[in-house]
Design a protein around this ligand. Sequence first.
Ligand code: ZN
Length: 107
Amino acid sequence: MPIQIAFERSTAGPVVICDHCGKRIDTANNGNALFLEEHCNGQSRIIGPIVFTHKVCNGDFETAHKPAKDQIWAFNDLDVFLVYLTRNLKVDFPNATRRADLLSNIL
Ligand SMILES: [Zn+2]
């Protein structure tokens, strides 16, 4: 479960856990988002869930999880992945940030 809720001091919030070492990825530019890409009959498709690793754990994760013959581990840098994700979700950052700050102050 790479995305979990962590309790710190008196608050709780989502964090990303490395699927290789099980430790928290504290900084987005120290992580990768990986996904299996399958190539068959000239077609490519993404299969399986997205996993997250520290950049230093990426190689060991791929060694431990060898893809099938027509598959490769593809990845995005975690910080870039998050930009793509928030763009695809059409996140309104000023509004979402204001609401998150408000909720943090209540909790
Ligand atoms: Zn790790």
